[in-house]
Write a protein that binds this ligand. Structure first.
Ligand SMILES: [Cu+2]
Length: 151
């Protein structure tokens, strides 16, 4: 019963002796600066790793063609988007299936036919001659699209 009050008094004395007012302010200031620096470094590393990851992820799964010579088609909700895509001769068009069902790309004249594409899979066709190429999904024939290739 007598020990508890003494400990409290001792603790109070220790605090006052070891950390006087001025030193307390300095310590608080230094601690605040260190905290800010750590936060800045943490954010910087986070952003750097995010950027790196995004870049490698984009380059990884598909050898995506340069934006100047390639175009992207999305297969989603049982539709090709855009339904009509216009590219220049020599361009590649890459279809990516976003549906949790298999789809395929099958041109009316048979010049380009994909295998069945599961979710996340891609198919790329390169168009070396000008013309209008209609295509469908080989699994769901009501899904239609058109590639217009301009010379
Ligand atoms: Cu389909």
């Amino acid at each position: 019963m007598y020990a508890a009050p003494r400990e409290i008094r001792e603790a109070g004395v220790i605090r006052t002796d070891v950390v006087p007012g001025r030193q307390r302010l300095i310590l608080i200031g230094v601690a605040a600066i260190i905290t800010v620096l750590i936060a800045v470094f943490a954010v910087g590393r986070g952003l750097a790793s995010d950027t790196g990851g995004g870049t490698s992820a984009a380059a990884g799964p598909t050898s995506s063609p340069p934006s100047g010579s390639g175009a992207a088609e999305v297969i989603s909700d049982f539709a090709f988007s855009p339904e009509t895509i216009t590219v220049k001769v020599g361009s590649a068009v890459t279809w990516t299936n976003h549906d949790p069902f298999a789809h395929s790309v099958k041109s009316a004249d048979g010049t380009f036919v994909s295998q069945d594409l599961e979710q996340g899979q891609t198919f790329t066709a390169t168009f070396k001659t000008a013309g209008t190429f209609a295509y469908i999904c080989g699994i769901h024939n009501s899904m239609t699209g058109t590639v217009v290739v301009q010379g």
